[in-house]
Design a protein around this ligand. Structure first.
Ligand SMILES: C[S@@+](CC[C@H](N)C(=O)[O-])C[C@H]1O[C@@H](n2cnc3c(N)ncnc32)[C@H](O)[C@@H]1O
Length: 297
């Protein structure tokens, strides 16, 4: 049975596909384009890998990432359960005449992956639309269909940002029991400790399955936030071993100031983003983070 979150996501992305398509390709420097920042990171992982023969993008939306990879002559498959998203992606494939771009309209849980495996799997803006049980099933599936030494890149809403944003999310954290664990993890990241040390941290407990978080941007029931260590540990138990963390949408000003002067926020944030590589100390100040893990040693 699919969760309410999944039903709401299908409904939302079916009705907002055109809006999403515009957002994905916008080059407005007065805004922060999170979609493009996430795609750029996946492309960086793709370029850094010694060999990649096949790519799977889960929740591929309007297909920009798949098309970008296919342009480089590598077979890329985008899977999305919203027909309207897939139709836009197929139109792009046709316009750009990309034979290596493939799209399937189905839930990732219903796709037939028999005898198929991928060297690189990405999931940008995806796990937040799953219940915790579905996310666990999804990570099991990734482990199964990822080739040995394959890379999995996943983005997540960042719960550590609740600590630094000084926003209503911060006040909500104060009512719970996880503040100390969140600060501890944020401090470790801010002092750039290595991946092995991070993995040994005891993270905050997961958000309650019925938690009510403020709806920001996408009108779907509470989209869970995770901390980097929570995801690293969940994947590590599946022999998906952390390679790199990467900050997305770095904040140089508090959200209240951002609300008053969005263009100032965007200008600072876009500048900081140019320093994202190897600067995990930005992660506590980023509303999203990316995690790259590799299967096996
Ligand atoms: C926030 S959008 C991100 C789209 C794209 N990855 C991007 O970054 O632009 C999330 C996408 O995941 C898709 N999605 C959610 N649950 C899914 C599922 N179970 N199987 C396939 N696609 C799903 C939605 O339809 C939506 O297009």
């Amino acid at each position: 049975m699919t969760s309410r979150k999944q039903e709401e996501a299908l409904d939302y992305f079916t009705t907002h596909a055109k809006e999403w398509a515009k957002k994905a390709i916008s080059s407005d420097r007065g805004k922060v384009n999170v979609i493009q920042q996430r795609n750029q990171y996946v492309l960086k992982v793709f370029e850094d890998r010694s060999e990649t023969r096949s790519v799977l993008d889960v929740g591929s939306g309007t297909g920009d990432l798949v098309c970008e990879i296919a342009k480089q002559g590598v077979s890329a498959l985008g899977v999305d359960f919203a027909r309207e998203m897939i139709d836009i992606a197929l139109q792009k494939k046709q316009e750009m005449q990309l034979e290596m771009a493939h799209f399937e309209c189905c839930s990732i849980f219903d796709c037939n992956f028999t005898e198929r495996e991928f060297d690189l799997i990405s999931a940008n803006g995806f796990i937040e639309y799953l219940s915790q049980d579905e996310m666990s099933d999804f990570f099991d599936l990734v482990q199964k269909i990822l080739a040995p030494r394959g890379s999995f890149v996943v983005s997540s809403r960042n719960r550590l940002f609740n600590i630094t944003s000084m926003s209503p999310f911060t006040k909500d954290e104060l009512k719970g029991k996880d503040v100390e664990a969140l600060i501890n993890e944020a401090a470790a990241l801010a002092s750039n400790v290595d991946i092995a040390e991070l993995l040994a941290i005891i993270p905050a407990s997961l958000q309650e399955p019925d938690i009510k978080l403020a709806r920001t941007g996408v009108d779907v029931e509470s989209r869970f936030q995770f901390t980097p260590v929570q995801l690293m540990q969940m994947l590590n138990t599946r022999d998906l071993n952390p390679v790199e963390l990467y900050p997305i949408h770095i904040h140089g000003v508090p959200p209240t100031f951002k609300g008053k002067h969005p263009e100032v926020h965007a200008s600072i944030s876009n500048l900081l983003q140019t320093h994202a590589e190897q600067n995990t100390e930005f992660i506590p100040f980023s509303s999203t983070f990316m995690l790259h893990v590799q299967k096996g040693d």
